[in-house]
Design a protein around this ligand. Structure first.
Ligand code: ADP
Ligand code: MG
Length: 528
């Protein structure tokens, strides 16, 4: 029948073969090297000034905030020293209007306000004391630094980093568009709003979520030599890995600890292959790009991450709905309805609106193995107001959603494979047979059923990895990655402040992180 044939034709266009994967891995390696050589390439390969990954423990209470793209998360992380930590966290959705605010101030004032609310709610004592001190000490700046919480600021947009707590925004991604902020130091923007509210908080470190994930997973993964890659598959996608300084050919300005011979590189792989040398490009990818705020940019991310998969799906099913030759989500075709007698779609349904379909529905579709697709049909009803979908319509929806999700997972494998090959760890004789740890974070990889399994399946067919190599690659969720990772980097930064000489901050980081290795299973208090 027509619907089945149309569905098959759409699904086919999302197929991403083993050959495609291998070809893309080669191109990914080429673009990585290009980015290590000079500025202005598609993959930015940004030096992070973090020159090693942790493996031990430290004491102290740190704050961490995370602006990821969808949510703003505020947490405090107490590293107990004896190998344990506690996390308290709150999260709030960033209002859509603020993502395209007129001024940077509007967005950052909102962020500072959330920090204030968090402190009042969870650290009332500290907060009260601070306010009291402010009222009795004549020079607020005189004590502010000493008593302030050190905070790691996870800011997951491309930033030109100039120091551990200084970096200017290169460009917005993930639907944000506040031109006023581009070129400004995002730490200074946040600090200035924090100061306006008189909060006892110092922005001590600027952290990319990928770096936080890498750091957190390095001490979190048991029996590990440290993770080689931290990767995000959330609203957007990106990765950070440990690179040899000898391969970093472009100049690195400012100070860093050169003794390790390594530096963590933030790849900004969301913009891999903006030139479309190898990326797939279906009519729906093209349509999505055209309507996005940044056409021609973040082309890899637009095929992989949570912000976009739902929209690709929406565009594809809209073509089916508009096709006069077939009946899809229409009454005539609903003979097998078991919920209501006729299919109807509410006018306000997200299927009619740009960005109106959340990628979460792909996870529902992928996870529904019931013969009647009752879970998906309920999901369609609940989230998209598509009432009483017929079974065959739900089957078409699922087939297309699954194809989009599978392509995303296989594309994700391209980045992971290329980075692992780039590090040379699989052929390092010292590591013979040992696991290669990759820490991942983000709703997509966390909630999409079998996402990691599909990545693994693709890794097995990559030239230079193969069955044997893939067996050694462990992809683990870096839970609380952004909180613990950012806290660790804030700890490092606080150490750098104390001995401005920058004496042994890496040593401090190493010893500082040791106990945290054992801390994964520790008691946590989360109020997400
Ligand atoms: P952030 O990127 O802000 O750190 P997340 O990692 O939670 O936040 O990612 C949010 C993105 O993940 C959104 O684009 C959302 O559509 C998508 N998402 C949320 N839940 C799911 C799910 N169950 N399956 C697939 N994607 C999801
Ligand atoms: Mg995130």
């Amino acid at each position: 029948m027509a619907l089945e044939a149309e569905t098959k034709s759409i699904v086919k266009q999302f197929e991403y073969t083993d050959d495609d994967v291998n070809q893309a891995v080669k191109e990914f390696l080429r673009q990585m090297s290009e980015g290590l050589g000079k500025d202005g390439t598609s993959m930015s390969q940004i030096p992070t000034y973090v020159t090693g990954v942790p493996n031990g423990t430290e004491k102290g209470l740190y704050m961490a905030v995370d602006l990821g793209g969808t949510n703003f998360r505020v947490c405090s992380v107490k590293l107990n020293g004896g190998g344990t930590f506690n996390i308290t966290s709150d999260k709030v959705a960033v209002p859509k209007a603020l993502m395209v605010a007129k001024t940077a101030e509007e967005l950052f004032a909102f962020l500072a306000l959330q920090i204030k609310k968090f402190l009042e709610k969870h650290h009332g004592d500290h907060f009260e004391q601070h306010i009291r001190r402010r009222m009795t000490v004549s020079s607020p700046d005189g004590f502010r630094d000493e008593h302030a919480f050190r905070m790691g600021f996870t800011f997951s947009f491309p930033v030109q980093q100039m120091g551990i707590n200084k970096g200017t925004l290169i460009r917005w991604t993930k639907g944000f568009d506040i031109p006023d902020a581009v070129g400004k130091d995002v730490c200074a923007l946040l600090q200035s709003e924090i100061d306006k509210l008189h909060l006892p908080v110092k922005v001590a470190a600027l952290v990319n979520d990928t770096v936080g994930t890498l750091m957190a997973h390095s001490y979190g993964a048991p029996g590990s030599n440290g993770a080689v890659l931290g990767a995000i598959f959330g609203t957007g996608t990106n990765g950070a890995y440990v690179e040899k300084m000898s391969k970093l050919k472009k100049p690195v300005v400012g100070e860093y600890d050169a003794s390790t011979g390594e530096m963590v590189i933030n790849t900004e792989w969301g913009s891999f292959d903006n030139q479309l040398n190898v990326l797939p490009n279906t009519p729906w990818d093209i349509a999505l790009d055209k309507q996005s705020v940044n056409p021609g940019l973040q082309m890899y991310e637009k095929r992989v991450s949570g912000m976009f998969l739902g929209e690709i799906l929406r565009l594809a099913i809209n073509d089916l709905m508009k096709n006069p030759d077939i009946s899809f989500f229409k009454d005539e075709n609903s003979s097998t309805n078991d919920l209501r007698s006729t299919t109807d779609i509410a006018e306000a349904s997200g299927v009619y609106k740009m960005w109106g379909v959340d990628s979460a529905i792909l996870s529902v579709a992928a996870g529904d193995h019931t013969p009647g697709l009752s879970l998906l049909r309920k999901g369609l009803d609940d989230t998209l107001h598509i009432h009483a979908a017929a079974l065959e319509d739900a089957q078409s929806f699922k087939a297309i959603a699954d194809a989009i999700g599978r392509r995303a997972a296989r594309l994700s494998a391209v980045a992971i494979a290329a980075v692992i090959l780039q590090t040379g760890k699989l052929s390092d004789p010292e590591l013979k047979g040992e696991p290669i740890d990759v820490g991942v974070d983000g709703s997509l990889v966390e909630h999409y059923p079998y996402f990691r399994e599909m990545i693994h399946e693709a890794l097995r067919i990559v030239d230079g990895i193969g069955e044997e190599g893939a067996k050694r690659i462990r992809i683990g969720l870096a839970e609380d990655g952004s909180g613990v990772g950012a806290a660790l980097i804030a700890l490092v930064a606080a150490g750098m402040e104390k001995n401005a000489s920058n004496a042994d901050y890496l040593g401090e980081l190493r010893s500082g992180a040791k106990a945290a290795a054992a801390s994964e299973d520790n008691e946590k208090a989360t109020s997400d």
